[in-house]
Unconditional design. Structure first.
Length: 45
């Protein structure tokens, strides 16, 4: 996948790969997560 944007919370089951991720709330990951570009969580960089 290329990009993930979520305004609230999200739960992912890996393995998953993204170019960019922006999550406004919380992130729960089961498995492997690979992000090649920007990773923003809770509006922070």
């Amino acid at each position: 996948m290329s990009e993930l944007r979520v305004g609230g919370s999200v739960k992912l089951r890996g393995p998953v790969e993204f170019e960019n991720i922006e999550i406004g709330g919380s992130l729960n990951v089961e498995g492997d997560l690979r992000v090649k570009g920007d990773f923003r969580l809770g509006g922070e960089r």
